[in-house]
Design a protein around this ligand. Structure first.
Ligand code: HPA
Length: 268
């Protein structure tokens, strides 16, 4: 797939979306309502932007909501594409590079995830401090220059994480912190995979975000990622994840994400 950033920028400009933006925000399953924080929104369906995801996962919208939250100019992606939809781990490359071309320096990613910790139950929020990707899949495979050798120490920016913890305190939202194990999906994990994941040190599991973090770090964006726990991992504490459960819990617990991010953006 080619990554034609000028065409994406031109399409956005036709719809009245021009930089500079301060932040990019990607909203995962059930988290679309967080875009209600955006003031004076300009809405552009992905279908009108070359290189933006075309597929549909139920529980996801597929549109850009561009505007302001407090003083910050924010480019919100309401819905993402996943590796499992197309088998292309770089499916989010054009959107991420388009956001960078529009001036963002920091990218905030959100997702729905399974929890491996009993005291981080469905409905909880957790920062991602680090990830595990042992899948063999990487969005940079096939790139032929040294930019592919992306360092991944502090990929989840420590200063952004600190500021999100401060915003959590200020907004009265409990924010955990953990390690996210990426599974390509789309089937959920087996109980044996979840036990293995736990042994490896993961506290969260999910099917998104990690390829985006790698793509964003390649071009120097600062990244933060927040999981909304929708279920316990398969076989743990009665966990038997399903997409229906993911969607219904995300819809409820999305209010917490909205409170946290509202506070964080307004304090920028
Ligand atoms: N596993 C993988 N992805 C998920 C889960 C899960 O348990 N919950 C929400 N997304």
């Amino acid at each position: 797939m080619t990554h034609d950033i000028p065409s994406a920028l031109a399409a956005l400009k036709e719809w009245g979306v021009e930089g500079p933006f301060d932040f990019g925000l990607v909203l995962g399953t059930g988290l679309g309502p967080v875009a209600d924080l955006v003031q004076n929104p300009v809405i552009v369906p992905y279908a009108h932007i070359p290189g933006f995801p075309k597929g549909q996962v139920s529980g996801h919208s597929a549109r850009v909501v561009a505007g302001t939250i407090g003083k910050a100019r924010v480019f919100v992606m309401q819905g993402r594409a996943h590796y499992y939809e197309h088998g292309d781990p770089a499916i989010m490359r054009t959107p991420i590079e388009t956001m960078a071309a529009l001036g963002i320096k920091s990218l905030i990613l959100t997702n729905a995830a399974g929890s491996l910790l009993e005291d981080v139950p469905p409905g909880a929020l957790s920062l991602i401090a680090d990830h595990i990707n042992l899948s063999g899949v990487n969005p940079l495979i096939g790139l032929n220059d040294d930019s592919r050798f992306v360092p991944m120490v502090d990929a989840y920016d420590p200063a952004l994480r600190l500021s999100l913890k401060q915003a959590a305190l200020a907004s009265g939202v409990t924010l955990n912190e953990g390690t996210y194990h990426w599974f390509p999906g789309p089937s959920f994990e087996t109980p044996a995979e979840i036990r293995a994941s736990k042994m490896l040190g993961a506290t969260l599991v999910g099917m998104s975000t990690v390829p985006e973090v790698i793509l964003a770090r390649r071009i120097g964006l600062k990244v933060a990622a927040i999981s909304m726990v929708t279920n316990y991992g398969a076989g743990l504490f009665g966990g038997a994840p399903s997409h229906a459960e993911t969607k219904s819990v995300a819809a409820e617990a999305g209010e917490k994400m909205k409170a946290l991010l509202g506070e964080w953006f307004i304090s920028r």
